[in-house]
Design a protein around this ligand. Structure first.
Ligand code: NAD
Length: 247
């Protein structure tokens, strides 16, 4: 149990939290993401080699977002953002917008912060100017940078394997201040996120909890591990936090 009353919570989420909304996790059963090898769709080399296949893959993922909704786990975390008096920092590896939609349905405290460290499907980036634009539609060869008007320069605003995740300084600061760390729906295979729990164990101040369908790769690093469906175990754990039982 955590004794520090400052109550700073950092939450890391992965594809597992969106699985019950209908979005496939990364490795599912077959080692593929929606039928594709990672090297074919989620690396800068793949984009250079075959931009059409990569754009198609992310166009499909972006379109999928129209048919899915936040689930009880996203909603429970939004509740934490709205009701927890201390700091809540939500860091997601997901590129869907389900956390954002769940939080938009509440009034988050000023102390809530959100970082999508692997980017987001609903933004595009110009490879020439580095400008980022909100984007709902497919990216096609005719899609133009809204400022310059130049076509053919837009890519998904997604961190591919081999690229540096976003917000690493902010996340590092949050980990340094953290009293309670929850890792939800992530397999612990993708670094640097998979290393956050090890960093926290080294710092020695936070209580660390894994909430996942099954033991993750890093399960042994956590003080506590609860296994089950995110829509069940996350609302239960959030209720315990809000009741003052945990922190
Ligand atoms: P991962 O697929 O490697 O691991 C998902 C984890 O979630 C697994 O350990 C699995 O057991 C668990 N899980 C599955 N269903 C669950 C459920 N109902 N409740 C609780 N846990 C459940 O995912 P990862 O660790 O996030 O790494 C994958 C990478 O691929 C990320 O970087 C992410 O950017 C990307 N990705 C994103 C999405 C998305 O945005 N929804 C989907 C797939 C992949």
């Amino acid at each position: 149990m955590v004794s520090n009353s400052a109550g700073r919570i950092v939450i890391l989420t992965g594809a597992g939290i969106s699985a019950e909304s209908g979005l496939q996790t990364f490795r599912a059963d077959d080692g593929l993401w929606c039928g594709h090898r990672v090297e074919d769709v989620a690396t800068p080399e793949a984009f250079e080699r075959d931009p059409e296949t990569v754009q198609d893959f992310y166009n499909m993922r972006r379109r999928q977002l129209r048919d899915v909704h936040p689930n009880a786990a996203h909603e429970a975390l939004a509740k934490l953002a709205a009701y927890w008096d201390g700091e809540v920092v939500l860091v997601t590896q997901n590129v869907d917008d389900l956390h954002q939609r769940a939080v938009a349905a509440v009034v988050p405290k000023d102390t809530y912060q959100f970082y999508n460290m692997h980017g987001e499907l609903k933004s595009v980036r110009c490879v020439e100017s580095d400008d980022v634009f909100p984007w709902e539609e497919d990216i096609t060869p005719e899609s133009a940078n809204p400022i310059s008007g130049k076509a053919g320069t837009l890519r998904p605003h997604i961190v591919w394997f081999g690229e540096m995740p976003f917000f690493m300084d902010e996340i590092e600061d949050a980990l340094n201040r953290c009293d309670l760390f929850l890792s939800i729906g992530t397999s612990g295979n993708v670094y640097p996120a998979a290393g956050f729990v090890q960093r926290l164990r080294y710092l020695g101040r936070a209580h660390t909890v894994e909430l996942n369908l099954e033991p993750s790769n890093g399960t042994g690093y956590f003080h506590e591990a609860i296994h089950g469906k995110a829509t069940e175990i996350v609302p239960q754990y959030v209720a315990r936090i809000l009741s003052g039982e945990i922190i």
